[in-house]
Design a binder for this molecule. Structure first.
Ligand SMILES: Nc1ncnc2c1ncn2[C@@H]1O[C@H](COP(=O)(O)OP(=O)(O)OP(=O)(O)O)[C@@H](O)[C@H]1O
Length: 459
């Protein structure tokens, strides 16, 4: 009875999830993955993919040698290619052994998949894992969307273009065990699962059973909440995306005014979305800090360091996230190059500058150009801002720092700004920002020279 029901449900679910002809089944020799393997082998031929098995001997349990032997003979008997590896005890860390073991395991799976040209990994996560993960998130805190739990099919981040499938998610542990008993499936019990010092195990063996005693439907209720939440998220996704586009000004950059015009609830949802960087985990505290920064009118500029070199920034009417390595690479303040007539010169940020005799035919529509009538100020040089810089304009000398602050350029932009200075080191052009007197005086005169500045992103 259990057999038929499990088989049918597994088959229906598997057909929906699977898209590959070759799969790698992660088998720990525990009951969940051994049942998954048996169910895979029982699939009708026309829908059964080519199954390979991966087993990692973590060398954490006395029985691990027996387990290795067992899976080896099982795979031999069923003509399944088997890939195994040992995690040598020398590599075991003193702390965080579970996470390190998982890391080792998934790296191994990724290697095998790459070598064997397999694009799908199957793990035997089930309904009880789902409930435990939900409870763990409740205890540890985080983003609401994480409560939807383990996905049945998701990208395998360790291996580009591949997927992780969890075809056992519809089944409870009790069903899986009952099936194993009925089918006389041999498996190994992981005795470390009973160690109460690990929170997940305490949930599994102590707290969840107590809650089930309060209401036998407790686990089903959690699964039900998760599917309601998943529906809500799927419906919200396009709406959120649409609204995000209305406040977006550039990649990862948004208009503060437009954000502030949104109703409060949308402000929070948008901010959460902006902060959802795949490679950085954002805490609730950081999200609150970001929200406070955006609402603090006394602070026109600010930044919050996030995980993995990312940072959240506010610069006058713009805010967003940026990868700090790329944006804050210290500019060398002592960088200084003389401009050589008739030559393009490459600058440290990838832009180019050149001094040429006047020839409008050379100009490209996106070029920034400074025209000048004389060579009396040669040699010219290009550099970043220096202390005390002043620009001679038609109305007199102006402090460069003040010009830039008035223009609301952020500190980062100010430090990256290029300046062309004359032979006495006096700025004549704040590239992309302001021209000095020399150019203005010559507007009606005959042009002899031009400085061309080329950059993908002009200030
Ligand atoms: N030593 C192993 N070798 C091969 N596969 C394994 C091994 N351990 C676990 N797996 C696979 O991972 C699944 C989940 O195992 P388990 O619940 O112990 O891991 P977890 O650390 O809780 O979860 P996750 O695998 O998502 O990190 C198993 O059902 C099995 O498919």
């Amino acid at each position: 009875m259990i057999l038929m029901d499990m088989m049918n449900r597994f088959q229906q679910n598997f057909v929906k999830l699977n898209q590959a002809e070759k799969v790698l089944a992660a088998v720990s020799t525990g009951v969940d993955s051994m049942v998954m393997l048996q169910l895979l082998l029982k699939l009708p031929k026309k829908i059964r993919p080519q199954v390979s098995v991966a087993y990692v001997n973590h060398r954490l349990r006395p029985a691990s040698a027996q387990e290795t032997e067992f899976i080896r003979s099982f795979c031999q008997k069923h003509h399944l290619p088997l890939f195994t590896t040992d995690w040598s005890p020398q590599q075991h860390p003193a702390h965080g052994i579970e996470a390190a073991a998982r890391d080792f395991r998934y790296k191994f799976f990724a290697q095998i998949m790459q070598k064997q040209g397999i694009s799908e990994l199957l793990t035997a996560h089930h309904q009880d894992d789902q409930v435990e993960t939900f409870m763990l998130k409740l205890i540890r805190g985080g983003q609401l969307q994480q409560l939807t739990g383990i996905a049945a099919r998701r990208c395998f981040s360790a291996q580009a273009g591949s997927w992780i499938l969890r075809p056992m998610l519809p089944f409870s542990k009790a069903e899986i065990r009952a099936y194993a008993v009925e089918q006389r499936i041999k498996y190994f019990e992981d005795e470390t699962n009973f160690e109460l010092k690990v929170l997940r195990n305490r949930l599994r063996n102590r707290f969840i059973p107590e809650l089930v005693e309060e209401n036998p439907q407790f686990k089903e209720h959690i699964i039900n909440y998760q599917s309601q939440l998943a529906c809500l998220q799927a419906a919200m996704k396009p709406l959120l995306e649409q609204r995000l586009q209305t406040i977006k000004t550039a990649k990862h950059t948004y208009s503060l005014t437009n954000w502030q015009q949104q109703p409060l609830a949308w402000q929070q949802l948008l901010l959460e979305k902006i902060l959802s960087i795949p490679t950085a985990k954002i805490t609730h505290g950081q999200q609150q800090q970001a929200s406070e920064l955006l609402n603090n009118s006394q602070k026109p500029q600010g930044r919050i360091d996030l995980e993995g070199n990312w940072l959240f920034f506010k610069e006058y009417d713009h805010f967003g996230v940026t990868y700090s390595q790329a944006n804050l690479t210290a500019v060398s303040t002592d960088f200084c190059q003389q401009l050589r007539l008739g030559e393009w010169q490459h600058l440290e940020d990838g832009s180019q500058v050149g001094l040429f005799e006047w020839n409008s035919g050379m100009l490209h529509p996106k070029d920034l150009v400074f025209r000048l009538p004389t060579d009396q100020r040669f040699p010219l040089q290009i550099r970043h801002r220096q202390k005390g810089d002043r620009l001679v304009t038609a109305v007199g000398k102006q402090k460069v720092k003040k010009i830039l602050i008035d223009l609301k350029l952020s500190k980062v932009q100010r430090s990256k700004l290029w300046i062309v200075a004359d032979k006495k080191n006096r700025p004549i052009w704040l590239v992309g920002v302001k021209r000095g007197y020399l150019s203005e005086a010559a507007v009606n005169g005959r042009m002899l020279y031009m400085i061309i500045f080329r950059n993908e992103v002009a200030l």
